[in-house]
Write a protein that binds this ligand. Structure first.
Ligand code: NAD
Length: 291
């Protein structure tokens, strides 16, 4: 069996086109142009690329955007002041603070300070609580992107056993929480594995769908994958001058029924979902119901 490739680039492009069309309708109806503000602290080159890509995506879907670049020596108080200013600016609908932040700044304090209606990353405790209760305002971009990939590829999630490897607040935990809910492309039986899980390979072998979010190249090998399982690789690891995922792609694709490549799988979906969330934020702040 050679797995079907799940084309994240194509699905992300389709998602962006839909958001662009809905944005044009929203602007025509309200006169309001959705705006995303990004905040970058320091000079991490990877973070700078991520932020630039987010601005390019904003322009493509018809949003305004503003970028705040602060020096690595910025204090927590200075960053809090900027977030507070953006919270109070009615022309800014979404605020994205690029992680990681320099060590003198407590990330949790900053993420908690973003207004919940402008929290397009869905990291604020109020938004996390709404997700847990099955009535999300925003879904975190990467796991939401995985759900769209599963839906668009026609993968049967209802009743399936999903094994998520990784329990981060950004990917693993919300991924499990999204797929266990009642609803479309959900209703899964979810197991979350992590660095302290015993007998991890034998648990992963029982999965109908595997979501790997570990940050270790080639962690998921073919012997861990049940014949016909669907494999979603969230990992992005730099090996020499190549980007690879967490899955041993060449071997696993001979066992799986469908698999995401790295690059070109989950990565492009993350920014597409950020655009979706920014439009939702603009709707919520102009009194329109979120779609
Ligand atoms: P993280 O470091 O916060 O979490 C990694 C998780 O893996 C932890 O919960 C840990 O328990 C688990 N883990 C580590 N070693 C393990 C082991 N030996 N056995 C089992 N579990 C183990 O990372 P993260 O932020 O969740 O990111 C995970 C990967 O996904 C990274 O490669 C990251 O670059 C990538 N990522 C990609 C996107 C995207 O847009 N595609 C977005 C976010 C993260």
């Amino acid at each position: 069996m050679t797995a079907q490739l799940i084309d994240g680039k194509a699905i992300a492009a389709k998602t962006r086109l839909r958001v662009a069309a809905e944005t044009a309708e929203f602007i025509a109806a309200t006169g309001v142009v959705p705006q995303l503000a990004t905040v970058l602290v320091g000079e991490d080159p990877a973070s700078a690329v991520y932020v630039r890509n987010k601005h390019v995506a904003c322009e493509k879907v018809g949003f305004r955007n503003q970028q705040h670049t602060l020096p690595a020596t910025t204090s927590q108080a200075e960053l809090l002041e900027l977030v507070s200013r953006l919270n109070g600016d009615p022309a800014v609908h979404g605020i994205l603070v690029q992680l990681p932040l320099p060590e003198q700044i407590d990330e949790q304090v900053i993420l908690d300070s973003v207004h919940p209606l402008k929290d397009v990353d869905a990291f604020h405790p109020e938004n996390v609580g709404l997700i847990v209760q099955g009535r999300p305002r925003f879904l975190p971009c990467t796991p939401a992107g995985v759900q769209v990939l599963l839906r668009e590829s026609g993968v049967e999630v209802d009743g399936a056993h999903v094994v998520v490897i990784g329990r981060s607040e950004i990917v693993g935990k919300p991924m499990g929480m999204i797929l266990v809910q009642k609803g479309e492309t959900a209703n899964a039986t979810v197991t979350i594995c992590h660095s302290r899980t015993r007998h991890l390979p034998s648990i992963v072998r029982t999965a109908d769908i595997i979501v790997a979010a570990i940050g270790r190249p080639n962690f998921v090998t073919a012997d861990m994958v049940k014949l016909g399982a669907v494999v979603i690789d969230v990992g992005i690891n730099r090996v020499g001058d190549r980007l690879v995922g967490d899955v041993d792609f060449d071997d696993v694709r001979e066992v799986a029924s469908a698999i995401t490549p790295v690059p070109g799988g989950v990565g492009p979906m993350t920014i597409a979902m950020l655009m979706q969330n920014t439009l939702t934020a603009a709707r919520l702040q102009t009194g329109g119901a979120a779609k």
